[in-house]
Design a protein around this ligand. Structure first.
Ligand SMILES: *[C@@H]1O[C@H](CO)[C@@H](O)[C@H](O)[C@H]1NC(C)=O
Ligand SMILES: *[C@@H]1O[C@H](CO)[C@@H](O)[C@H](O)[C@H]1NC(C)=O
Ligand SMILES: *[C@@H]1O[C@H](CO)[C@@H](O)[C@H](O)[C@H]1NC(C)=O
Length: 371
């Protein structure tokens, strides 16, 4: 039955306007399904009554098969109408909820919920819709596996399954009603910080800038920042020592990064870079990012990401591109062209030593005021 286009979620419940009209349509459809089925039944039974003579009946195979195919067509069209109705009632069009292996918890999650007091006069909405990543539809089996759990019980030990879904674009995840387990004690020391200790405070190469130098470029006006693909949160930890709040975005790829970042007293944001950042426009004084910005090495992915980073950065705010690895001259040119299209002022721009055509680019760029 139909394909479904899930509302692309932004991590929170979403709202949708409806009207009394849609429930009237549903009733009408229910009526038409019932009547067509009754008609099919009647066609079948009236024929068996009128052709009670066994000889006549068995001789006219073509008549019987005609009736049979009519009935089959009716059943088929009723099923299609029912699926259509289910879609309308649930409000989702891209996840095929009529598949046999879709678990009830997923259907319940996706069900629209009417506001108890009717239409909200301020927003004009009448119901709440849960958001789930539209790409979840591409992994229905993983999704059903993920949504098979006991409500109010401990969540299954399957965080890697959730992350697998996220990396397939299934974000936000629909699981809500189980209790996260307590994992061992906190995670300080569970990742090796050996090589991280001196980052941002000691220079190793000409591509490394010091946090104090970069903060100095903004005359002390930096209060809040965002670190993209920030690994273990070292950047945020160094900035916290300077009274700057930094949110670190990281997935748990290859280690419990979120827990580790949180254990250092800084804010972990568990979100893939395909997601639009859950921040309003113009909120950060600083955005810091490195080669992790180069999502899958695809220029168009990086462009989408750059636009979103630009969006959350304040006018006059700094974009610190830190040791962005360019595997070739073409890559470097591509990146330079992309950056220049945003019209940022280059406060620092350092291209590292070239080795086999590979080079690192570091820059501090200032977002212009646009009116
Ligand atoms: C079978 O039914 C068809 C359609 O009603 C009719 O045209 C045909 O003459 C019948 N054949 C026999 C052998 O009864
Ligand atoms: C951070 O803030 C505290 C409390 O306001 C202040 O005592 C300290 O000097 C500040 N540190 C820096 C590096 O600005
Ligand atoms: C280039 O940057 C990567 C991280 O993006 C880093 O691992 C590497 O050491 C850097 N290379 C040089 C020569 O600075």
């Amino acid at each position: 039955m139909g394909s479904v286009s899930l509302k692309i979620g932004d991590g929170t419940a979403r709202f949708r306007r409806t009207s009394v009209y849609s429930s009237a349509v549903n009733l009408l459809m229910l009526f038409s399904v019932v009547t067509t089925n009754l008609f099919a039944l009647y066609a079948f039974s009236s024929h068996s009554q009128s052709s009670s003579h066994p000889l006549h009946h068995s001789n006219n195979i073509s008549l019987v098969s005609q009736h049979l195919s009519l009935i089959l067509r009716e059943i088929d069209s009723s099923q299609r109408k029912l699926a259509q109705m289910e879609k309308q009632i649930l409000g989702y069009e891209s996840i095929d909820l009529s598949r046999p292996n879709i678990v009830p918890e997923l259907k319940l999650f996706l069900h629209r919920h009417q506001l108890p007091l009717g239409k909200d006069s301020r927003t004009g909405i009448t119901e709440m819709v849960s958001a789930v990543g539209h790409s979840c539809e591409r992994s229905p089996d993983l999704l059903s596996q993920y949504m098979s759990y006991k409500v109010f019980d401990r969540c299954p030990d399957d965080w890697s399954l959730g992350q697998k879904l996220i990396l397939r674009g299934c974000e936000p995840l629909p699981r809500r009603r189980c209790l996260a387990k307590t994992i061992g004690s906190d995670c300080v020391g569970c990742l090796d910080l050996g090589t991280e200790k001196d980052r941002f405070v000691k220079v190793k190469g000409k591509n490394d800038f010091l946090v104090d130098d970069v903060l100095g470029l903004a005359n002390g006006k930096i209060r809040i920042g965002f670190d993209v693909s920030g690994g273990s949160g070292t950047f945020a930890a160094r900035m916290a020592e300077r009274n700057v709040t930094v949110i670190t975005n990281a997935l748990n790829n290859g280690g419990p990064f979120s827990e580790f970042i949180a254990a250092r007293g800084v804010f972990p944001l568990f979100l893939s870079l395909d997601h639009r950042f859950p921040f309003h426009d113009n909120v950060f004084d600083l955005v810091h990012g490195s080669s992790g910005l180069d999502v899958e090495g695809k220029p168009e992915k990086m462009e989408f990401l750059m636009f979103d980073l630009d969006r959350v950065l304040k006018p006059g705010g700094l974009f610190w591109l830190d040791n962005f690895y360019c595997a070739s001259d073409v890559k470097k040119k591509e990146l330079t062209r992309l950056i220049e299209r945003f019209g940022y002022k280059k406060l620092k721009w350092v291209i590292g030593e070239k080795a086999d055509g590979q080079v690192n680019l570091s820059a501090v760029l200032q977002k212009p005021v646009r009116v």
